[in-house]
Design a protein around this ligand. Structure first.
Ligand code: ARG
Length: 468
């Protein structure tokens, strides 16, 4: 059946046909389009809009197509899109009665429905992958509750923490990504079918019924909005871009932490490359590629938003151009997520180096200032000044952090505050011990092994709830 033979004279030029064709990326909605047609035809039959015998012929042809697969379709660009290819197939099978399938339906509501169906499935797969990823992080964290490392601000040594505590930052970030993706799904899971070209139809269709047959939560309220909007795609791609951003931070840390300067972690050989000239090299290429792919997500998001900008209502063919960017965003996210998950689980942490760095560069200074506040009831600002000066003096005199003692502190306290502190030596010693400090950071969300255990438990509960 030639769609053009009524209104138009002759064919599109070959270049115009291939320029405007969506067939390549329509492959992705092939099954959804069958489902959409089955639901619509079933409803037309139930409503008595088309004859039951005709509906059954259509339904049988659609089922045959489903089992034959996309290979059974003629996907020549002159066919325009998958909806026409599918209708042509049904027409070839059962003749002109196939035409009843399109009663009260347009490709405009049909493509919007198909895209929502497929995106919902993709989101559900991504949700599973994200939960599995969080679970891997939680397992690693459970193994590293007491693995000391230094935490950074401004990429400078800040305060002692544990590898588990750091990993839990990853887990919580990605948990929010999960929630954002779940939220986006709410706006995907609404059925446009029955909006037809843009004003619905005069046939007594039942939109709730098709929505139910297709497993949608509800129907779109306005037929113009239903065929015009792709904000559900932009919203989903934003959620994916944010996830990619968080994944890139993980890759970045795997890259710098595996450098000789840090020597904090080792990525397994399976996720590393070497150099064609420098025989000693072990390079974190997988993490680098993953880090860079974040840009693909941002690019797709901006492309989608830009296509949508200032489009007049209702359907415009521009909307078709959004689709490949959506799928590229989905596929790129999935590959990043899986590779990051697999690579991270191969990482080994150098516990000696973790402790060495935590001891090396005064990351214990905050606790020392806190100790002065606690023991001497001095305002924190004065304690901050005393410890700041202590660190400068220690650096100038080549004294290691753990060798600062209460006498050393007293000299500086006299200088700054007029009197010595006289804090018990063992208290000062404890305040300079990274692991002792970590144990005291028992506040919710902190690095003490107990606090981290609690947060692992709470995320495990979250995963359980999310999977149910
Ligand atoms: N391929 C089109 C798309 O993806 C399907 C809808 C076409 N509608 C139209 N009026 N040409 O948007």
């Amino acid at each position: 059946m030639n769609l053009r033979s009524g209104r138009l004279k002759g064919k599109m030029t070959a270049d115009a046909a291939s320029f405007t064709s969506s067939l390549e990326f329509d492959r992705r909605i092939f099954n959804a389009d069958i489902r959409c047609n089955i639901a619509h035809t079933t409803m037309l039959k139930e409503q008595g809009i088309i004859a039951a015998a005709d509906a059954d012929k259509i339904l049988n042809a659609l089922k045959e197509l489903k089992s034959e697969g996309i290979i059974a379709l003629n996907l020549d660009p002159s066919v325009e899109d998958i909806h026409m290819a599918l209708e042509n197939y049904v027409t070839q099978k059962i003749g002109e009665v196939a035409g009843f399938m399109h009663t009260g339906k347009s490709r405009n509501d049909q493509v919007a429905t198909d895209l929502r169906l497929v995106l919902k499935e993709e989101i559900e797969e991504i949700e599973k992958d994200v939960l599995n990823f969080i679970e891997i992080i939680l397992e690693m964290a459970s193994d590293h509750l007491e693995t000391v490392m230094v935490g950074y601000t401004h990429l400078q040594h800040a305060q002692p923490t544990t590898f588990a505590h750091h990993l839990m930052a990853y887990a919580n970030e990605v948990k929010r990504d999960f929630e954002r993706i779940q939220d986006a799904k709410k706006h995907v899971d609404i059925c446009p079918l029955g909006s037809a070209a843009m004003t619905g139809t005069g046939f007594p269709i039942n939109r709730e019924r098709t929505a139910e047959l297709l497993g949608f939560r509800r129907v779109m309220e306005n037929s113009i909005d239903a065929v015009s909007s792709r904000d559900f795609m932009a919203e989903t791609v934003f959620a994916l871009a944010m996830l990619a951003s968080n994944l890139s931070k993980i890759s970045e840390e795997l890259i710098i932490w595996s450098s000789y300067e840090f020597r904090l972690i080792e990525i397994s050989d399976e996720y590393s490359s070497t150099s064609s000239i420098m025989p000693q090299k072990k390079n974190p290429d997988v993490a680098e590629i993953s880090r860079s792919k974040t840009a693909v997500l941002y690019g797709e998001l901006i492309t989608i938003l830009t296509i949508l900008k200032a489009l007049p209502h209702s359907y415009n063919r521009d909307l078709q151009e959004v689709t490949p960017h959506l799928w590229n965003a989905v596929d790129t996210t999935r590959s990043m997520l899986n590779i990051t998950s697999n690579m991270l689980s191969t990482v080994s942490f150098n516990t000696e180096r973790g402790m060495e760095l935590a001891m090396a560069n005064f990351s214990t200074a905050t606790e020392l200032a806190d100790l002065i506040v606690r023991e001497k009831n001095l305002p924190f600002r004065i304690a901050h000044q005393i410890v700041g000066r202590t660190v400068t003096e220690a650096i100038d005199q080549g004294i290691r952090p753990e060798n600062i003692d209460s006498k050393f502190l007293d000299k500086i306290a006299v200088d700054i505050n007029g009197s010595p502190l006289k804090i018990k030596p063992e208290l000062v010693e404890n305040a300079l011990n990274p692991y002792e400090i970590i144990k005291t950071r028992n506040v919710k969300g902190g690095p003490s092994p107990n606090a981290v255990k609690e947060s692992i438990l709470s995320l495990k509960e979250f995963i359980k709830g999310a999977r149910n």
